[in-house]
Ligand binder design. Structure first.
Ligand code: FAD
Length: 309
């Protein structure tokens, strides 16, 4: 199969019995061309995390003030084209946000190095005004991202050198870029983020106390074997605000990757795989399961399409 770059699929073409027999493609020069398909068309156009109008229609919280880890090409264009010819959309409002990103940089950035691997397992997330915790930092992505959005403004995440050492992460690129800040004391953290120093000291003291009690009585955060009280300088901190990361919803397919019409019958000649499809990951996709789904269902779609009559 020849691979063509810079070719934007604008329309799915059907015959008079509704079978998908090709696509209309627009090249970079603006010229349109029809590509015919003898067996069928496999849609693998990805999610719509960067499509602000479409995603905010599904979840009004996700307007343009929320950044995305996705490329600008992550739009709903082809998803909508599938829906135009009858594909059944499922669970479009289930949109995953990464709760470990920094609003001070675009895209995925370098902040998740600290957010995901040091802050959430070993540190604390604090409301930037009250200086208090508000969530089990090790809850699932949806749980933590929803709690972050409820704070209305970016939170402050703090961890210490023991957390850094336990993670095994090289944090220097994030520090060099000024995304993660380093401090000699908790008092200095409070001064930098305009937090009340006494409240912050009390929050950290209370958090550290739970290592004696062996339980987080406030939010039920599981204490990892390698976790320790936040006491050892330098301390590390970052502003944290979620970004749209993955769209669990999309067009409905069956286990043979056939696209399902809203009448619950397969649309002949149309197959789909990957993030453009919906319903596979439930309300909150588990980390690392997307690529597996793409590979498995992409292969299934290819096999089914090749056997189409
Ligand atoms: C920063 C980041 C990190 C991630 N890390 C992980 C991870 O560690 N593990 C994991 O499992 N998942 C991860 N994911 C999720 C995973 O990468 C995606 O779900 C997956 O790559 C989606 O693959 P896809 O083939 O469905 O779509 P994509 O990889 O998005 O590819 C879709 C392609 O279709 C093209 N396209 C779209 N519309 C059209 C059109 N109309 N005409 C022509 N072409 C079109 C796009 O330009 C794009 O090239 C991550 C996602 C991001 C953003």
């Amino acid at each position: 199969v020849p691979i063509r770059l810079g070719s934007h699929v604008t329309d799915l073409i059907q015959d008079d019995r509704g079978r998908v027999i090709g696509v209309n493609v627009k090249s970079k020069s603006g010229a349109s061309e029809i590509i015919s398909a003898s067996k069928g068309v496999v849609v693998a156009s990805g999610g719509f995390g960067a499509d602000i109008p479409f995603r905010s229609a599904q979840d009004p919280r996700l307007d343009g003030s929320i950044l995305s880890t996705n490329l600008p090409s992550a739009t709903a264009d082809l998803l909508k084209e599938c829906m135009r010819i009858g594909a059944n959309p499922v669970q479009l409002s289930r949109i995953q946000l990464g709760p470990w990103t920094c609003p001070d940089e675009k895209g995925f950035g370098i902040g998740p190095l600290f957010g995901e691997y040091i802050l959430l397992p070993f540190g604390v997330l604090l409301n930037a005004e009250t200086g208090r915790r508000f969530v089990n930092e090790l809850g699932n992505r949806k749980h933590v991202a929803d709690a972050l959005l409820e704070q209305k403004t970016p939170a402050i995440g703090i961890a210490d050198t023991q957390g850094l050492e336990a993670s095994g992460v090289d944090l220097s690129p994030a520090i060099r870029r000024g995304i993660v800040q380093t401090f000699d004391s908790i008092e200095a953290v409070a001064a930098f983020y305009h937090l009340n120093p006494t409240t912050l000291e009390n929050t950290i003291k209370h958090f550290n106390q739970m290592f004696l009690e062996k339980t987080d009585t406030e939010y039920g955060k599981p204490l990892l074997k390698q976790a320790a009280p936040i006491v050892k300088a330098p301390f590390y901190a970052m502003r944290v605000w979620p970004k749209v990361h993955f769209t669990m919803g999309g067009i409905q397919i069956d286990t043979s990757a056939r696209v399902i019409h809203r009448d619950q019958r397969p649309i002949p000649g149309l197959f789909a795989a990957g993030e453009v499809t919906g319903g596979v990951h439930g309300a909150s996709r588990l980390s690392c399961c997307a690529i597996t789904e793409c590979i498995v269902m992409g292969k299934v779609a290819g096999i089914t399409a090749s056997m189409a009559i």
